[in-house]
Design a protein around this ligand. Structure first.
Ligand code: ADP
Ligand code: MG
Length: 712
């Protein structure tokens, strides 16, 4: 690469195969491929897992028992012996000139081969004394080879293909050195670098791979984390802007008073949060861009009122609204509660004698008879139905609207891109309908910005007054458990009802059914004998399921033993107790959802988590549930415990660019990156004035990845 060529862009680096580096032949290229490195770009984005600070390593002689430290030493000897029961113990003695130390490993006899006499290695562990001998049990071992420098990067390595961290360090060093002549292009605008006092990209790449000090590494990391988050946000904001530009929606007329009349007839005042979110939505509805908004709110925070407010805004201006639920049962529940809320409201109708007519809300599910269905479908086409409630069938071809202007979707996770495309088609005649997606599984705001970056996010973060939070306890051990059943019997005696939830057994649906059935039989003949106990699980036929739910709703079943099929939205205000078996096997969000099934009426809700957690995380989850009833707080704990990997779920692919950045640790950078990206896209929607930035976003996020990010 002759000098005088322009600085290297990431695209240039992606075009250089690793085989072009000195010392990388076919065999090594294959090893590298096994860890998904094929180009120089992959290589320089293979960041160290951690660093060894030679300036801070301890000397063996100085270590006191109980100290935790990094020690640099040389292997003196390694020996494995057999213990009882097929176990092995490997003792490795190392020395550093000041003293000696024994490393012990159980069932890792391969260590004997790995840690040959004379090898230099870094170990981290806690110094203990065993029969007078100084030792570290199962220490972390890093073979750093002969890497120079005060700070030594330790790379994620692959024992399997035989790549060591010093091999990787060598290749990366040689890649960086080869690029030295041309240098690295920095596409991030100077104002942004100034604003955050960032080092330039070249300094960042050197600083992350070959730092002279830990401070330099931190600066490099800060910059690279920003770049990753910035690219993701640029892509999301750009796409969002494209949708907004391309699709013409409905500018709803906000001047009527239907919404006010609706609010006036509610038996309660709206919470401040409901008012705020209503205003956010109203703002979107008034403009011509189609709204695409996510409403996050804990169970019971009053999302339905907000949804109905949005639907009525559309109806008032002469449009129709659709309200979609994830299941038929939930659609029916929504139908009942929405009809009840709306009562005898009327809508303006210039063709009628009185100038208005009753508002018409209809249910459209399979349980509605064929003739009635036909009627609803016909009336939708001519605009005689104002609000229709059902499942996703509502946006299928068969259902035609006169003027669909507003769609509410309860529970976002089952609504994908295909459905969104279908919606676009529905709106052909009048414009793309506005969409409000509701979820009761809150995720932290910064995570939402990335996971649902193409949606605007509203949050109902306040509960209606006068509701006492559900009391949650962890019932550990037989005595506590028998008290739980006593409570269940007491509540039933007072006319209340209870749920008993058995864990989902992912490995086998058959085992799961057996286990629920066993629990059911056991409770019925034991702790709950004499009570009317019902059973519900995934293998029960829809008809039977509906019958059981109807009995429970009617109060002719006292206790419902079920799998998590009851997780979403079942609403029986008379149910006050939730008992969850093996609670440590559920996720935080799931437990919170389950708990939300009780305490929906006037009586105090109680939740008992049974279980004897076998993992620290399991215990931490139960403790979190006991400690907090705030869904957003729990979402933070969840993110803390699980890391972002699982939150992104099937959006995993979208994370490929997040190598250094963590949605958890780098929260504030997510917001800042979003802010900067929004500013740039507002001025330069297609990044034509920032071509290198555009190329980089396309390169790293690609079309497929971006599609994943957009799914919701
Ligand atoms: P979500 O769907 O968010 O779980 P809902 O919309 O079902 O919650 O509301 C839960 C209950 O709270 C309903 O009975 C509803 O009528 C009631 N509710 C909603 N908003 C308020 C409010 N501002 N004040 C009092 N009760 C309210
Ligand atoms: Mg709800």
């Amino acid at each position: 690469m002759p000098a005088g060529d322009p600085p290297l862009t990431l695209r240039d680096l992606a075009g250089i195969k690793v085989t072009q580096l000195r010392g990388v032949g076919q065999r090594i290229a294959e090893q590298l491929l096994a860890v998904e490195i094929s180009t120089v770009l992959d290589l320089i984005q293979h960041y160290p897992r951690r660093y060894l600070d030679r300036t801070r390593q301890a000397q063996i002689a100085e270590l006191l028992v109980g100290d935790e430290a990094w020690v640099l030493g040389t292997v003196r000897s390694a020996k494995t012996r057999k213990l009882r029961g097929r176990r092995t113990l490997t003792n490795v003695v190392i020395g550093d000139g000041t003293g000696k130390l024994t490393l012990t490993f159980f069932n890792q006899h391969w260590r004997e081969r790995q840690l040959k006499e004379g090898l230099e290695l870094f170990v981290h562990g806690k110094l203990t004394l065993f029969r007078g001998e100084r030792q570290m049990t199962s220490p972390v071992v890093d073979l750093i080879g002969d890497q120079p420098g005060k700070i030594v990067p330790v790379y994620p390595q692959s024992e399997k293909v035989g790549l060591t961290t010093s091999d990787l360090a060598g290749f990366i060093r040689s890649a960086l050195e080869r690029s030295r002549v041309r240098g690295f292009d920095d596409p991030v605008p100077g104002e942004v670098l100034d604003r955050f006092d960032f080092v330039d990209r070249e300094a960042a790449l050197y600083g992350i791979h070959l730092p002279e000090s830990m401070a330099e590494m931190q600066e490099a990391r800060r910059r690279l984390v920003f770049d990753e988050l910035f690219r993701v946000q640029l892509e999301l904001v750009r796409r969002k802007a494209r949708i907004e530009r391309r699709m013409s929606g409905v500018a709803h007329d906000m001047s009527g008073e239907l919404v006010d009349r609706f609010h006036a007839r509610l038996p309660f005042a709206l919470t401040d949060a409901q008012r705020r979110v209503n205003a956010e939505i109203a703002h979107d509805l008034a403009v011509e861009y189609p709204m695409h908004r996510l409403l996050q709110g804990d169970v019971g925070s009053g999302k339905t009122v907000v949804a109905v407010t949005a639907l009525l805004t559309a109806v008032e201006g002469g449009y129709q609204g659709a309200f979609m639920a994830p299941t038929e049962v939930l659609a029916e529940q929504h139908y009942l509660s929405v009809s009840d809320m709306l009562g005898d409201l009327s809508v303006p109708d210039p063709t009628s004698l009185l100038g208005d007519r009753p508002l018409r809300v209809e249910l459209l599910t399979n349980s509605v008879g064929a003739a009635a269905r036909r009627q609803v479908l016909d009336d939708l086409i001519v605009g005689q139905v104002d609000i229709v409630i059902g499942t996703h069938a509502l946006i299928q071809e068969k259902v035609q609207y006169q003027s669909l202007g507003m769609v509410v979707i309860d529970e976002q996770h089952r609504f994908g891109v295909e459905q969104r495309a279908a919606l676009r088609d529905k709106g052909e005649s009048v414009g793309v309908p506005d969409v409000l997606v509701m979820t009761a599984t809150p995720i932290p705001r910064t995570a939402a910005m990335t996971v649902y970056g193409d949606l605007d996010v509203s949050v109902l973060d306040e509960m209606p007054p006068g509701r006492s939070p559900i009391i949650t306890s962890w019932a550990e051990g037989p005595i506590a458990e028998s008290e739980v059943w006593e409570t269940v019997r007491n509540e039933v005696a007072q006319g209340r009802q209870a749920y008993v939830v058995c864990p989902l057994i992912e490995e086998s649906a058959v085992i799961e059914v057996h286990s629920v059935e066993d629990t059911y039989l056991e409770l019925q003949s034991g702790e709950l004998s004499g009570l009317r106990v019902g059973l519900l699980h995934g293998r029960v036929s829809p008809a039977e399921k509906e019958a059981t739910m109807a009995h429970f709703r009617a109060g002719t079943i006292d206790v419902l033993v079920a799998t998590t099929v009851i997780e979403v939205g079942v609403d029986v205000p008379n149910a006050t107790v939730m008992v969850v078996f093996d609670a440590d096997r559920f996720g935080i969000a799931q437990l919170h959802q389950l708990r939300g099934r009780v305490g929906r009426g006037e009586h105090q809700g109680l939740c008992y988590l049974l279980g004897d957690p076998s993992t620290n995380d399991g215990e931490a989850r139960i403790e979190a549930l006991v400690a907090s009833t705030d869904g957003f707080e729990l979402a933070e704990v969840d993110l803390e415990l699980r890391g972002e990997g699982t939150i992104m779920g099937e959006r995993q692919k979208g994370r490929n660019d997040l190598r250094l950045a963590s949605l958890r640790r780098d929260k504030e950078w997510v917001s800042l990156a979003r802010e900067v990206a929004t500013g740039i896209i507002a001025q330069d929607p297609e990044l034509t004035d920032h071509p290198e930035l555009g190329v980089e976003v396309d390169l790293i996020l690609g079309d497929n990845e971006a599609e994943f990010l957009m799914k919701s």
